[in-house]
Design a protein around this ligand. Structure first.
Ligand code: NAP
Ligand code: G4F
Length: 341
């Protein structure tokens, strides 16, 4: 019988790549979708017609219990979140509820539906395996570089704090109830399906607009911030490997290489044959109340224990995104209507 996976956040960047990957592996894939008529759901249905959709919301405990009862998954991937860091200052409480408390609600739904009782300890029978989308944002103001599974957390945004709560809770449910519950501490990963508000996609779209004469400048915030950027298609494979491991453990996933936003802009404009310095304008209003200056993964554990390696380099990723956005805008598609699937 095919293994059955339930994915929250299936309409997002990672949800799309993970669904494709699991379908390729022969899984039966179910996606949790919120709202009455989520426009991204119709795109998902068109491109992933093999995915089955269930309605539910990370804000609604009862809906999650009903979904787990109905789907009876072997694996749950909790990717749903408010994931844009600046929004977490504007809507801090909502971020805490979705990105933080949503993890508790999903774990509780699994615990209740598996019949695991408090104090039972030990491995539960008929276990549902649980993956939590933890984030390198938890490291925040880093205490060491590169960051590994043992590096202390110092989150710098309501988003990072909410993710740290979900991370510790996942560990706690593993230790309290013997659940197969793991966290992937993923560093930034991008693709042509990335939301337009994140810096890589903002840059690739900006470059494409300038190249095609649709814009004259690109406004960016902190050019000195450094990130460890990889390709989302590589990273979802690590999620799957974590749930297939013999033991439930947390893993850092990243490339181990850092680039600055300045270097990102330079590479993206160069990929379109343009000089970034002629077009990039810095804008103080885009700076954050508290910045994460640098993030760089030490993915040794994932390489040694899961055999996971990133395949796509930074330059390949940037070219892939710029080329995709040039094609998109050349076809006259409005990025807001863009169907990245
Ligand atoms: P994304 O594109 O922003 O997708 C977020 C998903 O969460 C969307 O499908 C969204 O659904 C869903 N969602 C929002 N509120 C919800 C709610 N109340 N109930 C259920 N679902 C809800 O994010 P992503 O880049 O794919 O990232 C996936 C996960 O990994 C997130 O948890 C993110 O925080 C984490 N992460 C991402 C990165 C990265 O670099 N991409 C790195 C580390 C960790 P709608 O379509 O309904 O809005
Ligand atoms: O692309 P970003 O918005 O991603 P950020 O904040 O690193 O968060 C992403 O990665 C996390 C993993 O580390 C995820 F957990 C999270 O969900 C999300 O996917 O910003 C990257 C850097 C920041 O330092 C920001 O200050 O780029 C800098 N930046 C400079 N100018 C900008 C801009 N960021 C954005 N979004 N827009 C700008 O104009």
């Amino acid at each position: 019988m095919a293994r059955r996976a339930l994915i929250t956040g299936i309409t997002g960047q990672d949800g799309s790549y993970l669904a494709e990957h699991l379908l390729e592996q022969g899984y039966e894939v179910w996606g949790l979708v919120r709202g009455q008529a989520n426009p991204r759901m119709s795109r998902m249905r068109r491109l992933l017609s093999d995915v089955q959709v269930v309605r539910g919301d990370l804000l609604d405990q009862g809906s999650l219990i009903s979904v787990v009862e109905r789907v009876q998954p072997d694996e749950v991937y909790n990717l749903g979140a408010i994931s844009f860091v600046p929004m977490s200052w504007e809507q801090a409480e909502l971020t805490a509820e979705v990105t933080g408390m949503g993890v508790l609600r999903m774990l509780e739904a699994i615990r209740v539906c598996s019949g695991v009782s408090r104090g039972a300890g030990g491995p539960a029978s008929g276990q549902i395996r649980f993956y939590q989308a933890s984030s390198s944002e938890m490291f925040g103001q880093v205490s060491e570089t590169p960051q590994n599974e043992a590096t202390a957390f110092h989150p710098r945004s309501p988003y990072g704090v909410a993710k740290a709560y979900g991370h510790f809770l996942t560990q706690n449910y593993r230790e309290s109830y013997g659940m197969f519950a793991v966290s992937g501490i993923l560093f930034n990963h991008e693709s042509p399906r990335r939301g337009a508000e994140f810096v890589t996609r903002k840059v690739s779209l900006g470059v494409a607009r300038i190249k095609l004469g649709l814009a004259g400048e690109l406004r960016l915030g902190n050019l000195e911030a450094r990130r460890d950027w990889g390709f989302a298609g590589d990273y979802v494979k690590a999620m799957h490997l974590m749930l297939g491991a013999a033991k439930p453990e947390d893993y850092v996933i990243g490339t181990g290489r850092m680039k600055s936003v300045r270097e990102l802009a330079e590479a993206a404009f160069a990929a379109a044959g343009l000089d970034w310095e002629r077009y990039v304008v810095t804008d103080q209003t885009l700076h954050r109340p508290a910045e994460v200056d640098l993030l760089c993964a030490d993915p040794k554990k994932a390489r040694a224990q899961l055999g996971w390696e990133p395949r796509v380099s930074f330059d390949e990723l940037v070219s892939m995104m710029v080329d995709a956005d040039l094609r998109l805008l050349t076809n006259g598609t409005d990025p807001d209507d863009y169907d990245p699937w």
